[in-house]
Design a protein around this ligand. Structure first.
Ligand SMILES: [Zn+2]
Length: 210
């Protein structure tokens, strides 16, 4: 009975979840259909909470937007990029985009779902980024959010868990079978997906920047 219930839930997931695209192609023509089961609201709620925590922590440590000139520069470049997001999805023009700079040597920048951006001073200062280079990085990170790669990734993980349970149950395998299949699934889904996402973000980012 357990096997049947799993099979039904797996089938229902395949039927009711959309194989659609979160964005329009733009000039770069990204039209890969995406398998998404996690809801937009669920992902947005989780991103909002995480972003609030990270910025509040930075604020408490007095490392949030401490250099006004640098913060203005990052926000200015972001604003020009945000004005172009309609090329991929009109609704994102109305997102509550937030851009913050954290004074930290980390060489990184990211954009959480819903347009929540953080740039670490490390990436700007250590790499001595020009405005154009900063725009390339921001465009890339923003594209991950526009394309909802996190939600897609979370959905894939969800599907994988159900798929593994179904497969190992059908094969009569116990926990050992699940572990082995989990590794296979990791290489089948996780890694190739990652590269696909990076390539999409590169292409879309270049278009936003242009
Ligand atoms: Zn990336």
């Amino acid at each position: 009975m357990k096997k049947l219930a799993l099979l039904i839930s797996f089938a229902a997931m395949m039927i009711f979840s959309g194989c659609a695209s979160t964005t329009q192609g733009g000039a770069v023509g990204i039209d890969r259909s995406q398998f998404i089961t996690v809801s937009e609201a669920e992902m947005d709620q989780s991103a909002a909470l995480a972003y609030r925590q990270i910025t509040a922590q930075a604020n408490a440590k007095h490392v949030l937007n401490t250099d006004k000139k640098l913060t203005d520069r990052v926000r200015g470049i972001s604003k020009r990029l945000i004005a172009q997001v309609g090329a991929f999805r009109k609704d994102a023009l109305k997102w509550n985009w937030q851009v913050n700079v954290i004074n930290d040597p980390t060489i990184n920048a990211w954009c959480m779902p819903g347009g929540r951006i953080v740039v670490y001073t490390g990436i700007i200062e250590k790499l001595k980024l020009t405005d154009a280079e900063l725009a390339a990085i921001l465009g890339h990170e923003m594209s991950h959010a526009l394309r909802e790669h996190s939600r897609e990734r979370a959905s894939t993980e969800q599907m994988k868990d159900v798929g593994i349970a179904v497969a190992s149950s059908a094969a009569g395998l116990g926990d050992l079978g699940s572990a082995a299949l989990n590794m296979a699934a990791q290489y089948t889904f996780t890694l190739p997906f990652s590269r696909t996402h990076e390539t999409e973000a590169d292409l879309m980012g270049v278009e936003l920047m242009a």
